[in-house]
Design a binder for this molecule. Structure first.
Ligand code: COA
Ligand code: MG
Length: 294
C-alpha cells in the first residue's frame, strides 16, 4: 500500500468559484481544506467566469495555508474538459472529480494530468455519489494502488446519491448510513482518506454538531462544509481532543519503558493496550501536532 502523507482534513469547505467575495475570503478561513467548486454551485452560463476567477485567484495566491482542491465537472460533460484545463493550470493540491462510476473515470483525468505534471504533484479526489460508485467502491478505492493514479481521498455526495436513489426528502441519512459505512471500509482497505457529505441546514448548529459526531464515530476523517459557520464545530469534532492526546501520550510513554520495549501487550490504567494501539497513538500525536502548528 502506498504511504500517503498525513494531513488533517477535519473541515473541508466548498466555495463556489463564481462567488467573488467567498473566493476572496477563502484563504483567511480556519478550515483545513478549501474545495473551489466549478460544478453544482455554478450555473452553466457562469462556468467560464468561474474558471477565470480561479485562474486569477491562484495566480495572486501561489501559496496557501490550507490544502486547496478544485472540483471540476465530469470529464464526460460539456464543461468538464475546459474545467480540467483551467484547474490543471491553477496547480492546486488536488482536483476533485464528481460522479465517479468506475475507476476509469479517475484514470482519464490522471492521464490528462500526466501530460504536464509528470511528478504527480496534483493529486485526485473522487466524489462517491452515484449508485454505481457504491457498487464499485472497492474497485475504485483499490485503483488508488495503481502507479500514477494520484488518488488520495474519497468524498461522499449525499445530495446526488439521495436523488439518484429516489429517496424522499431529508430523512434519508438513516438509509444512507449503511452505504456510507461501505465507503469507509473501501477507503480504509486501501489507505485513502474519506470525508463525509454536507449538512444542508447551515444555520442548524445542533443538527450539524450531531451529524459531525455521528460521522466521526463512523470513522470519517472530516466533513464537507457549505458555510464558514460550520468550520469551528467540524474542527473540534474531528480534531484530536486534549483527552485523546493525553491517552495517546500515555500509551507511547508506556511502550517506551525499558520493561515494555519488547512487549506485545501491556496493562495501562486498567485496560489492555496492544502494539496496534501504539501505532494509532503515534498517528493521533502527529495529527495533534499538525493542528497546533496551524
Ligand atoms: N465559502 C466562503 N464564504 C462563504 C461561503 C462559503 N461556502 N458561504 C457563505 N460565505 C460568506 C458569504 O460570502 C458572506 O460573506 P459577506 O459577509 O462578506 O457577504 C457570509 O459568508 C455570510 O453568508 P450568508 O449570507 O450567511 O450566506 P448566503 O445566504 O449568502 O449563502 C449559501 C448561503 C448556501 C448559498 C452559501 O453559503 C454557499 O454558496 N455555500 C456553498 C455552496 C456550494 O458550494 N455547494 C456545492 C457543494 S454541496
Ligand atoms: Mg453534486
Amino acid at each position: 500500500m502506498s504511504a500517503r502523507p498525513l494531513r488533517p482534513r477535519r473541515s473541508v469547505l466548498y466555495v463556489p468559484a463564481v462567488n467573488e467575495k467567498a473566493v476572496a475570503k477563502s484563504g483567511t478561513l480556519a478550515c483545513d481544506t478549501v474545495i473551489y467548486d466549478l460544478e453544482d454551485s455554478v450555473a452553466p452560463a457562469a462556468k467560464e467566469e468561474a474558471r477565470e476567477r480561479l485562474r486569477d485567484h491562484f495566480k495572486a495566491h501561489r501559496e496557501a495555508r490550507q490544502e486547496r482542491v478544485i472540483r471540476i465537472n465530469a470529464l464526460s460533460s460539456e464543461a468538464g474538459p475546459e474545467d480540467l484545463l483551467a484547474a490543471r493550470a491553477c496547480k492546486p493540491d488536488a482536483i476533485l472529480i464528481p460522479k465517479i462510476d468506475v475507476p476509469r473515470d479517475i484514470g482519464d483525468v490522471a492521464d490528462m494530468l500526466a501530460e504536464t505534471d509528470a511528478a504527480d504533484t496534483i493529486r485526485l479526489w473522487a466524489m462517491m455519489e452515484t449508485p454505481k460508485a457504491i457498487l464499485n467502491a472497492a474497485k475504485i478505492a483499490e485503483w488508488g494502488e495503481t502507479p500514477g493514479s494520484r488518488l488520495d481521498c474519497l468524498v461522499v455526495g449525499a445530495n446526488d446519491l439521495a436523488k439518484d436513489l429516489r429517496l424522499p426528502g431529508a430523512a434519508d441519512r438513516a438509509v444512507l448510513r449503511p452505504l456510507m459505512t461501505q465507503l469507509v471500509v473501501a477507503a480504509r482497505a486501501f489507505g485513502l482518506d474519506i470525508i463525509d457529505a454536507v449538512f444542508n441546514a447551515f444555520r442548524d448548529e445542533a443538527g450539524f454538531a450531531a451529524e459531525c459526531a455521528e460521522a466521526a464515530g463512523m470513522g470519517f476523517d472530516g466533513k464537507t462544509l457549505i458555510h464558514p459557520l460550520q468550520i469551528e464545530v467540524a474542527n473540534r469534532t474531528f480534531g484530536v481532543s486534549p483527552e485523546r492526546e493525553a491517552v495517546a501520550q500515555s500509551i507511547v510513554a508506556a511502550f517506551d519503558l525499558p520493561e515494555n520495549r519488547d512487549a506485545g501487550v501491556i496493562g495501562l490504567d486498567g485496560r489492555m493496550v496492544e502494539r496496534l494501539h501504539l501505532e494509532d497513538a503515534r498517528r493521533t500525536l502527529a495529527l495533534a501536532a499538525m493542528q497546533r502548528a496551524d
